[in-house]
Design a protein. Structure first.
Length: 237
């Protein structure tokens, strides 16, 4: 891990002249002067591909905002088998369990590429939020949304039909992406939704023939018919 000069990033936040904090729903409701005050306390770092931002069991002391790059959150079972909990990309934040007393990470954050992050200390955030009680209510709503997202992942994995499960996954990833494409390797998709790579490949080919998606390069998929993909996700076949 090395300290990062954000002026060299050229990320979407810099180009749009917004702060990285403005990407977090609860923070972008704060007055501009407080956002700027908190921004001055943010630390920026870059992690190399294959390194870890944190590991399972590490204490949660901050919000980690991914400015640029791909991170996977992985849980490891006792038998050594790994399960991808979530794939985190540009503009997303990792802050689940941050407000629990003595909270620890239930997963490991592994960098799939070189990753630039902004880190906001919990104490700094709490001091700002304390000045605005109404934002505390909004924060609870955001935490509830994260719990709903985790529940949706469980629903997705309960779907037996591989075509339908993949459709739901692609819809979710397309919603989270900052750019026009879903950037994931076949193995990452496979591990995320517990399907064999060959099954993923076969169903991606089917969806492409049906005009729902388009492969734009290695590890790159563009959703071209979202309505059709939603129908595939809700189908009963």
């Amino acid at each position: 891990m090395i300290e990062l000069d954000t002026s060299s990033l050229g990320c979407v936040f810099t180009r749009n002249k917004t702060t990285c904090l403005a990407q977090i729903p609860i923070l972008n409701r704060l007055p501009d002067n407080l956002q700027r005050s908190l921004e001055r306390k943010v630390s920026h770092f870059v992690y190399k591909q294959g390194s870890f931002i944190f590991r399972t069991g590490d204490p949660v002391r901050s919000i980690v905002i991914v400015l640029k790059g791909n991170v996977r959150l992985v849980q490891q079972e006792e038998d050594g088998e790994e399960h991808i909990i979530e794939l985190v990309k540009d503009g997303s934040a990792i802050w689940r369990t941050m407000f629990l007393e003595n909270g620890t990470y239930p997963y490991t954050a592994e960098c799939l590429t070189d990753v630039a992050v902004a880190v906001v200390r919990r104490q700094d955030l709490v001091e700002v939020i304390a000045q605005f009680p109404e934002e505390a209510t909004e924060l609870l709503l955001e935490l509830s949304t994260e719990l709903l997202s985790a529940n949706e992942k469980s629903v997705l994995l309960s779907v037996k039909n591989p075509y339908q499960r993949l459709a739901g996954f692609l819809l979710d990833q397309d919603r989270k992406e900052c750019g026009p494409e879903i950037r994931l390797k076949l193995d990452d998709i496979s591990a995320s939704i517990d399907l064999r790579p060959e099954t993923i490949s076969r169903n991606i080919s089917r969806m492409e023939k049906e005009g729902l998606i388009k492969r734009t390069g290695q590890g790159r998929i563009k959703v071209v018919d979202r309505t059709g993909l939603e129908k595939a996700w809700r189908s009963e076949e």
